[in-house]
Design a protein around this ligand. Structure first.
Ligand code: XMP
Length: 514
């Protein structure tokens, strides 16, 4: 296995992701948890030193234990990791007063012999890389040679091929270093990894970690029916069985038959102890007369926490709260707390709840990306129809019903949404689309059906493609598909007499209507 020493870079998890893609098992440990004893017990086959915000020139800046250099295993230093390596092995780092380099840069090959680390590099001349550093290496350590240079970083790639110590100034793990994967591939190959690690192995390891963390304490998990919390619940149940209880808060804003599906899947199929908190009267009551989107979101978020806590309090001796937090949530919450970004929509989450209830967190998916969670769900035997489901927002149908929410509108919306999704499935388009749904509009329009006049609601279809929900484009359905869908909705759903298709991209629109 491979050890990643984390010096606090924003993208350390991406290193882990690149290695998982190469089927190499790795663990990330914060620098202050890596001692000589850790190195001995962990017995890594290779070590990667991540980037980080500190400056090696400062006396108390973090560094790995000196024993690292005597392990006899390959070491790769990235950015701050490079500087630490050079500093500790006898090179020199200079503070980059005003010479910071951020963003795209181009590295050229230096030297004749093609070293192991760079097989497949420089085939077409220079390579694009992503730089992000203030300090820079001024003198390389004895035994090292320069393998690549860029205008801003003369020592962009350095290596000691005898000891297999390599160091790069840029970030090979990010998307903007297109050939970065090859560099990792070369590194793990020369460390002797065969790439035989799989998601099945991740599952076993995650189960061991959960057992070690939780012991014989009880765990509560809030189940939403979405992919993330479902995979987390099934994984934890496999680890600790009935020490886990799930709480499923039904706010009355779910889709057609959704509550039944969740109950039958988790209670009947997986036998997971499950509290079904049917609180629709409470939620819909509180939402009566509310039409402002942020007020809706905040009302639902506040009630959700109250209701969850009320039901969780009935589980005696619970010490942990399980959450299906993914890695992108971790990055987002870091930047949300530290950055000047504006709140577009108040997102629905249970942040703050653990402290309030005195619970510790179990977050077994914290290192994973969405597609990896799906692969893990597959490994755990969750049906494909469930794993591949489109995302569904925490506030549910409330934000697909602009204006005031009524039970009548929700009923109509559920039926129309089910027809639309059925159409998409029938045409084999479901997996091509990131998310699709119907929004019921706060307007009645005039129509004619048979010989009579109708005066019913209009609705909008929404279907988008996206990779991460941050940006999106509308899905280019054929006119036949749209026509057929409109006809079906108007014929099958009483209360709707007009169908429109929303062709706004994000930005400037958002995916949901509120
Ligand atoms: P927007 O509408 O902001 O949505 O373009 C981006 C993605 O996030 C989902 N979404 C939410 N998910 N709680 C969630 O868990 C929320 O409050 C929430 N609001 C929006 C939305 O469905 C889309 O996938």
């Amino acid at each position: 296995r491979l050890l990643i020493v984390d010096f606090g870079s924003q993208v350390t998890q991406l290193i882990a992701r690149r290695l998982r893609e190469l089927n190499v098992y790795c663990e990330i440990r914060p620098f202050n948890a890596v001692t000589a004893d850790t190195l001995r017990d962990f017995a890594p086959k290779a070590v990667i030193l991540s980037g980080g915000p500190a400056s090696v020139i400062d006396a108390d800046s973090p560094r790995p234990p000196a024993e690292l250099w005597d392990l006899g295993v390959p070491v790769l230093g990235i950015c701050y990791g490079q500087q630490v390596m050079m500093q500790m092995l006898g090179g020199r780092v200079e503070r980059g007063d005003g010479t910071a380099e951020f963003g795209r840069a181009y590295v050229e090959r230096k030297g004749d012999a093609h070293p192991d680390l760079l097989t497949g590099w420089f085939l077409e001349g220079r390579e694009q890389v992503w730089m992000s550093h203030g300090d820079h290496v001024a003198e390389i350590a004895p035994g090292f040679e320069v393998l690549g240079t860029s205008p801003g970083a003369p020592f962009a790639i350095t290596g000691d091929r005898a000891r297999h110590f390599y160091a790069v100034q840029f970030h090979p793990e990010v998307h903007h270093t297109p050939n970065g994967r090859t560099l990792y591939e070369n590194f793990v190959r020369l460390a002797g990894f065969t790439g035989d690690w799989t998601m099945a192995a991740f599952k076993d390891e995650a189960i061991e970690r959960i057992r070690a963390q939780v012991g014989d304490a009880k765990v509560i998990c809030g189940l939403s029916g979405g992919v993330d919390s479902s995979v987390a619940a099934v994984l934890i149940h496999e680890a600790i069985g009935d020490q886990l209880t799930c709480v499923f808060v039904d706010h009355g804003l779910l889709r057609l038959n959704e509550a039944e599906q969740v109950l039958s899947m988790f209670r009947d199929h997986y036998n997971i102890p499950l509290i079904h908190a049917d609180e629709s009267d409470l939620f819909l009551g509180a939402l009566e007369g509310v039409s402002d989107p942020e007020t809706k979101r905040k009302t639902i978020g506040r009630l959700f926490i109250d209701v969850f806590q009320k039901h969780a309090d009935t589980i005696e001796g619970a010490a942990f709260l399980a959450q299906g937090t993914l890695y992108p949530d971790v990055i987002e919450s870091v930047s949300a707390s530290g950055g000047p970004s504006v709140t577009i929509k108040s997102h629905h989450n249970v942040g703050g709840l653990p402290e309030k209830m005195g619970l510790k967190l179990v977050e077994p998916l914290r290192e994973l990306f969405k597609d990896e969670v799906r692969a893990l769900g597959h490994e755990l035997g969750l049906p494909q129809s469930f794993i591949g489901r489109h995302p569904f927002p925490g506030p549910g149908l409330a934000i697909r019903c602009p204006g005031e929410i009524t039970r009548e509108k929700l009923e109509i919306l559920r039926k129309a949404d089910a027809v639309f999704i059925d159409q998409i499935r029938r045409h084999g388009l479901y997996d091509e689309i990131w998310q699709a749904f119907v929004a019921i509009l706060p307007v009645r329009t005039v129509g004619v059906m048979g010989d009579g006049r109708t005066y019913d609601f209009a609705c909008a279809l929404r279907a988008v493609t996206s990779v991460d929900g941050m940006t999106a484009d509308y899905y280019p359905f054929s006119h036949e598909f749209l026509g057929e869908t409109a006809t079906r909705i108007i014929n099958e759903v009483r209360g709707i007499n007009r169908v429109t298709y929303d062709i706004t991209s994000k930005p400037p629109g958002t995916i949901e209507w509120e």
